[in-house]
Write a protein that binds this ligand. Structure first.
Ligand code: G6P
Length: 619
């Protein structure tokens, strides 16, 4: 949801900023812009509608020199995506330029106030209001930029991560955050002098330094080329920066020979999940070790209810987690859309555990949901992928997915990483609560450990989806059906197709078909049915018959060796057999591939689908 990059040092800033914007483009790609101060002390701003390449194209004949700069890739909130509304924004005197990720909620009243005092505005954005407010504070309080930023932010309601340049002080970069992420990279240029990088996440920084500081809410930082890095909070109390070493490498941010990040991430799943369970599954004792549970054992033993808050794909994995935790650990679990939960005054008791599931760890609604739960006294647990992100820092305990950076906007490996982590969590709670017999516990651990190999098998045996998907490009609608553990897989399969191919798709519990959706079935309607030879197999077979007798086209996900459903289907994808609770980890793979190849056949940009952003850091 908007990406910010900044640099101050000895190198030319522009190439660093552009490369950084490409890395952050998954956060938004409606427009992009850059601001630089050149050696003559001139402050420039260049912007373009659309992707970062448009900005590169539009700046070819411009002066892009300078060793200090800020840049932005936008996912529009206020004001349509055009060059005027793109960041950076100038202040009225053009002494300041600013980039912003977040939403200033009281921007209208702030703007009205400043307009009364004679200030004029060029754009419709809340961001321009912010940069004008900083300048307004500098003028009215006759103070320096740093103090003006402090004063301005005290008047602001909302979320922000900002970086600011000041033409009259070309040797310093100022940034601040509240509610939106911001990381400062601490590096050294070739001649040993200090340089600093700023990023919405670590991806624009890791190429240059692995030493970073995660700015905290309401902190403001000032950096210069002498190596000065001062951080204070809004109350002007000096903060001690905590330097952290990033565990990430550059290869993880490249496509590695795949045409798209999404396809790379689909194929990465076996290895990603091996990494996720490494050290957490002990095959000698057939045991599960999750320090997040062990360290807070009593909380889980005494817990009366678990509430899982999440959004999007993470909400689907949370549903699978609910089924498993209830089955294995016998604790009632509720799954909530974080955006609903945060506003509906939910009943939360001190013996409740609230789990936030989030790939990015930055989703604004999920973060707000756990903040509410914290106020009501619940114990908070985070299941996130991005290390050091806001949710893991706000929770009492948690487990990282360790599936590596996910760049494709449509989540794939993070989904399966979440499902297997929730499986580990369910087993770890079952262990401390002694709710499973040793035999069943060991059998589940053994089966879980085999999942990465079975995922590899699934990928190898579904390579023909690429050809097959071509046939569905004409379709306007799809229905996805599943029962039990596979109902959330149906939701996820439908979401993947919608997100990247823009074909309308709905996921349903298979038995709900007859309560409405069956009216939609005709020879034009493909129905994807997840029908493994497990649990409710016979019932799903009946559901398929109901669809067939209405001439629907059946695309099924079947267990290897199954002939019945295969025989009833127009097309089938095959998965190896596994326990019911782990079927989603395999069944989702052909559905990911199906949506990928349908989208490709339709000529869509699968890594950057229209109107979407990977990390939704605004409401
Ligand atoms: C956005 C992304 C989805 C993601 C959702 C929740 O909508 O496009 O892929 O599932 O946010 O994100 P989170 O980072 O909290 O899992």
């Amino acid at each position: 949801m908007c990406g910010i990059v900044g640099y101050i040092g000895e190198q030319q800033a522009f190439p660093i900023l552009i490369k950084g914007l490409h890395r952050l483009e998954y956060r938004g790609y409606d427009s992009a812009g850059v601001s630089l101060i050149n050696s003559k002390g001139e402050l420039s701003v260049y912007k373009a509608k659309g992707k970062v390449v448009n900005l590169e194209e539009g700046t070819k004949d411009k002066d892009t020199t300078g060793t200090i700069g800020i840049a932005h890739t936008r996912w529009a909130t206020h004001g349509e995506p055009n060059a005027t509304n793109a960041h950076p924004h100038f202040s009225q005197s053009k002494n300041l330029s600013l980039v912003h990720n977040g939403i200033i909620e009281n921007y209208k009243s702030l703007r009205a106030e400043m307009e009364k005092n004679g200030m004029t505005f060029c754009s419709e954005t809340d961001t321009e209001v912010l940069v004008q407010l900083v300048e307004y504070m500098m003028n009215t309080h006759k103070c320096d930029l740093y103090t003006a930023v402090q004063l301005a932010l005290k008047n602001v309601v909302g979320a922000y991560a900002i970086a600011i340049l000041e033409k009259s002080h070309p040797d310093q970069l100022v940034c601040a955050r509240k509610g939106s992420p911001l990381i400062i990279g601490v590096g050294k240029s070739d001649n040993g002098r200090a340089e600093f990088y700023v990023g919405s996440d670590a991806t624009p920084i890791i190429e240059y330094t692995n030493q970073v500081i995660y700015l905290q809410d309401e902190e403001i930082a000032i950096m210069d080329r002498t190596g000065r890095l001062d951080i204070t909070n809004l109350a002007n109390v000096k903060q001690t920066p905590q330097l952290v070493t990033l565990q990430m490498n550059l290869d993880q941010l490249e496509k590695g020979g795949f045409p798209h990040f999404m396809l790379k991430e689909i194929w990465e799943q076996p290895n990603a999940l091996r990494t996720c369970i490494r050290g957490r599954v002990n095959m000698v004792d057939k045991d599960v070790l999750l320090s997040g549970i062990i360290d807070h054992k009593d909380k889980f033993i005494n817990c009366r209810r678990i509430i899982i808050c999440a959004c999007g794909t993470s909400w689907h994995s949370a549903l699978i987690g609910k089924y498993f935790i209830e089955e294995a650990a016998k604790i009632p679990v509720e799954v909530e859309y974080a955006s609903e939960f945060r506003y509906r005054n939910p009943v939360i008791n001190p013996d409740d555990i609230v789990i936030a599931v989030s790939q990015s760890g930055e989703t604004a609604d999920t973060l707000a949901a756990i903040q509410l739960a914290k106020e009501k006294g619940a114990f908070l647990y985070g299941i996130c992928n991005v290390i050091g992100s806001s949710i893991p820092r706000a929770t009492d305990s948690g487990t990282y997915l360790h599936v590596g950076p996910e760049i494709g906007v449509a989540s794939t490996k993070a989904f399966t990483g979440q499902v297997i982590t929730l499986g580990l969590l369910g087993l770890a709670i079952a262990k401390v609560k002694k709710t499973l017999s040793d035999d069943i516990f060991h059998m589940l651990v053994e089966e879980l450990e085999q999942i990465p190999d079975k995922m590899q098998w699934t990928l190898e045996h579904n390579k023909d989806i690429a050809q097959f998907a071509q046939m569905f490009t004409y379709c306007k609608n799809f229905i996805y059906l599943g029962r039990g553990y596979n109902y959330p897989v149906a939701l996820e399969g439908a979401l993947k197709l919608k997100e990247i191919s823009y074909i309308h798709a709905e996921g349903y519990p298979a038995a709900e078909m007859k309560h409405g959706p069956i009216a939609l079935i005709d020879e034009e309607m493909p129905v994807v049915v997840i029908a493994p030879k497990r649990g409710m197999y016979e019932k799903v077979v009946s559901n398929i018959q109901e669809i067939k007798s209405r001439k629907g086209k059946i695309i099924s996900v079947v267990t290897e060796g199954d002939t019945v459903v295969r025989g009833m289907s127009d097309y089938s994808f095959v998965i190896p057999d596994t326990r019911d609770c782990f079927v989603p980890l395999l069944a989702v793979i052909p559905l990911q591939l199906l949506s990928y190849y349908v989208a490709i056949a339709k000529g869509r940009n699968v890594d950057q689908p229209r109107n979407l952003a990977k990390s939704v850091t605004v409401e």
